[in-house]
Design a protein. Structure first.
Length: 337
């Protein structure tokens, strides 16, 4: 019996995983694709965005959203039962795509493909790690380990282990393909420099492609990596026996009041992002006297707002993700306006 190929989309917060997934589903070309979307926080958001453009590829029930924890920590409770249900559907699937949380470690997820309920029916076609070129160019994440070590030597107050860098390192260690997203927002000479640094830390043979938000399905599906059989080459910061958790990160859900204008909402979100420890804001919010909610995607200093379709019924809330201990009350005040 042939096994269903599974593509794992990973990448840090705001790298562009959902954007790439939406593009993939609109170019399905007759393929039957199921999707598992994983959210770190208690409230979902990305699953709704995926459903909006999945009509060509997904049947009812083919999109599953797993919230309240990274998929790498909920393999037995959430992931394996979900895979079992998808693989047991009456009409066979051509592919499954898993969009992990931006804080998920790919390695524990890949190990789950050895579970009896999965191993004879699915294989990891490839791990696609999406890397935010803009974040690298702005120094919000770094590939320069020597520079980090030098900085720590100068300032004893800097944490020995940076939780952001640890997650980023593990996502790169697992990659079969790296997608350099937001490449149109970075100068060409800077992109060449970033690619050189990436090649220095990636496994031999891992390709890098640039993206402005979309790629042909043939680039992402059909890697034939069988990644679950090659775990020894994919060990990142968290070794085989090392415990992992996400105690370094936290999230809250905020339901902001309607803003007087889209510029006023943009200012609120920018204020929230400027607070210490805040990494990501996403969700739906309301502009006064407008029939449709706005979709909020914000990371770093970049705030993207766009009106959703008037028939969108997603709950109007914003998910805020940050380092453990970020000031949730200050975030709520900022988003309240």
């Amino acid at each position: 019996m042939s096994r269903v190929p599974v593509t794992v989309l990973t990448g840090f917060l705001g790298a562009g995983k959902t954007t790439l997934l939406r593009s993939l589903l609109t170019q399905a070309d007759g393929r039957r694709i199921a999707v598992i979307v994983n959210e770190f926080g208690d409230a979902g958001f990305d699953g709704g965005l995926v459903e909006e453009c999945a009509a060509k590829a997904c049947a009812p029930g083919d999109i599953v959203e797993l919230t309240n924890g990274c998929i790498c920590c909920t393999v037995a409770d959430d992931f394996v039962p979900t895979m079992d249900k998808l693989l047991s559907r009456e009409r066979p699937l051509d592919a499954i795509v898993i969009e992990t949380s931006g804080l998920a470690l790919p390695q524990p997820l890949l190990k789950a493909f050895a579970w009896p309920a999965v191993k004879t029916r699915a294989t990891v076609d490839g791990v696609v790690t999406i890397v935010d070129a803009l974040a690298l160019s702005e120094g919000r994440v770094t590939l320069d380990e020597d520079a980090v070590a030098e900085q720590r030597a100068r300032d004893e107050g800097i944490e020995h282990d940076d939780p952001i860098e640890e997650v980023f390192e593990d996502q790169l260690a697992c990659a079969d393909l790296v997608v350099l997203s937001k490449s149109d927002l970075v100068a060409p000479e800077k992109l060449v420099e970033i690619e050189a640094k990436l090649k220095a830390v990636l496994r031999p043979g891992v390709s890098i492609v640039r993206s402005k938000g979309d790629l042909a399905p043939s680039v992402l599906i059909g890697l034939n990596a069988a990644a679950e059989d090659d775990m020894a080459a994919r060990v990142g910061h968290h070794g085989e026996e090392e415990e992992h958790d996400h105690d370094d990160f936290d999230s809250i859900v905020v339901k902001p009041t309607a803003a007087a204008s889209i510029d006023a909402m943009r200012a609120r979100i920018s204020d929230a992002l400027g607070l210490d420890g805040v990494l990501r804001v996403k969700g739906h919010a309301r502009i006064a006297d407008k029939p449709a909610p706005i979709v909020v995607q914000a990371v770093g200093a970049r705030v993207e707002l766009a009106f959703a379709r008037p028939d969108v019924t997603q709950a109007e809330h914003l998910v805020v993700i940050g380092l453990k201990g970020f000031n949730g009350d200050a975030v709520r005040r900022a988003l309240a306006g």
